[in-house]
Design a protein around this ligand. Structure first.
Ligand code: PXG
Length: 464
């Protein structure tokens, strides 16, 4: 990839792209005010772990696209798999007792790489659709089991489960709830296991148990006979890389078993190697009944999602249910499935997940932890290849900056200007880089993050 030269985008200039963008394109999760003048960032190419903008700037992609480009950009095998499949069978559906080889093969491979309780997968086009599917499967399972009152799903504050009405109802993002207005009934939220923000004087282990107990309290308040399921991300992603204390998930599992409640692990970010295991649930020591996934299944090269369904659920839905009246035109899209198969083959052949577990993950952890020495940083935490730093005005008291300072956005902008994508969730800076990062890339990421923290501190007039 030419580094200094602007990417060839026909005769269009950056300003030209930005003007047309502003005139026509309504973006997801974007405040368009002022964007016309400033202009959106135009990304035109990518290779390996770097993206390139229309000005020819090369930027280290610390977010793997949007938590998904796990193999990095430009992998020939994925491109070839898509091309071959397009030529052979670009589309066919798998409704009404029809099927095709790529979806069959992918479902079979998912059985191999997922925990023992899973043998069946329902495919969707995205993580949001996967979570809509989850809600229907949960209802269907309990109805067919004769427990028709078991309808409430318990989720968590600050969770992200997607953007459809159903998925944003499951999520715990206040802003989304306020704007949507319409929310699904029968969803209850409990507080999240966010130690840095909510742990107070407790030890991490005590806090983990306390937050898990909130589930038990909620179940008792609602009556276990009315509660269908609990849903959580093994590590909350979009909420700010919230890594629960070690005591949290085992206790959640115990409570779900005791009260006969299904456990749903939303693996949309944590699936396919992000935490150094195929699925985050394995690392957390839990055995979920349903696992929605998306993103990393194709390394983001094509949209694909799905739900892994534990046999005890699949058996009931298949044997007693008749037709499951649910499906998407692109469920099991053959080209997306072919790319997923190529992606999983590479993850296996190149032992990339083992490398995250044994090599790049531990190296990242050690380097990332060093950011805690920066005067702006109240905590630097990581697990596998995700990390977060908490920006604070005072290190020991964990005092935050005033909201109007917008310290997170400030730092994020310095990062982009200095060749690093790091995302800001409020004043929590997060990264989720491609799984193929070498040590030198990790060094570059952490060094650039430190530099941008310095620039942020300098901008705010804080002495080092
Ligand atoms: N579950 C989880 C855990 C997710 O992170 C979804 C479901 C929805 O997937 P789709 O494919 O419908 O987007 C997600 C998506 C962010 C950000 O700002 C995170 C996601 C999507 C967009 C932005 O970090 N995660």
């Amino acid at each position: 990839m030419g580094v200094a030269e602007p990417h060839k985008t026909g005769n269009e200039t950056t300003r030209g792209w930005q003007d047309r963008d502003h005139r026509h394109y309504l973006h997801p999760f974007t405040d368009h005010r002022g964007l016309g003048r400033k202009g959106a960032r135009v990304i035109t190419a990518a290779e390996g772990v770097y993206i390139q903008d229309s000005e020819g700037n090369r930027i280290l992609d610390g977010m793997a696209g949007l938590w998904c480009v796990n193999l990095g950009y430009g992998r020939r095998e994925l491109i070839d798999a898509a091309t071959r499949q397009m030529q052979e069978l670009p589309y066919y559906n798998s409704f009404f007792q029809t099927t095709h080889p790529p979806a069959i093969e992918l479902a079979a491979v998912l059985d191999e790489i997922s925990p023992a309780q899973f043998r069946h997968t329902f495919f969707t086009g995205s993580g949001s659709e996967a979570n809509d599917t989850v809600i229907k499967l949960v209802r269907r399972y309990w109805d067919l089991s004769g427990k028709t009152d078991k309808q409430v799903i318990i989720a968590r504050n600050n969770a992200y489960h997607g953007s459809t009405i159903a998925a944003s109802s499951l999520g715990g993002m206040d802003e989304m709830h306020k704007q949507t207005g319409i929310l699904l009934p029968g969803i209850e939220h409990i507080e999240q296991p966010y130690y840095f923000g909510l742990g107070g004087d407790l030890t991490e282990d005590e806090f983990g148990l306390q937050q898990a107990c909130l589930l038990e309290e909620k179940i008792l308040q609602l009556g276990a006979e009315n509660v269908a399921a609990f849903i959580g991300e093994p590590v909350q992603g979009a909420g700010g890389v919230i890594i629960p204390p070690a005591t949290y998930w085992p206790e959640i599992q115990r409570i779900c078993r005791q009260y006969n409640i299904l456990l749903i692990a939303d693996e949309v970010i944590t699936g396919f190697g992000r935490l150094g295991e195929w699925f985050g649930s394995t690392l957390m020591g839990i055995e979920p009944d349903l696992m929605p996934f998306a993103k990393g299944v194709t390394s983001g090269y094509l949209p694909l999602g799905g739900v892994l369904v534990a046999e005890r659920i699949a058996e009931v839905v298949i044997a007693r249910g008749g037709e499951f009246a649910h499906g998407y035109t692109y469920s099991g899209h053959p080209v997306a499935c072919a790319v997923a198969l190529a992606n999983i083959r590479i993850l296996r052949d190149e032992a990339i997940i083992e490398r995250v577990r044994d090599d790049s993950g531990p190296y990242f952890k050690q380097r990332w932890a060093g950011l805690a020495d920066h005067p702006l940083v109240g905590e630097a935490r990581s697990i596998g290849l995700v990390g977060a730093i908490e920006l604070v005005a005072a290190k020991t008291s964990r005092e935050r900056f005033a909201k109007d300072v917008g310290v997170g956005s400030l730092c994020r902008d310095f990062c982009f200007a200095n060749g690093l994508v790091m995302r800001a969730v409020g004043d929590t800076m997060i990264v989720s880089p491609p799984l193929v990062m070498a040590h030198a890339h990790i060094d570059e990421l952490v060094d650039k993050a430190w530099l941008c923290l310095d620039l942020t501190a300098e901008h705010l007039g804080i002495s080092k």
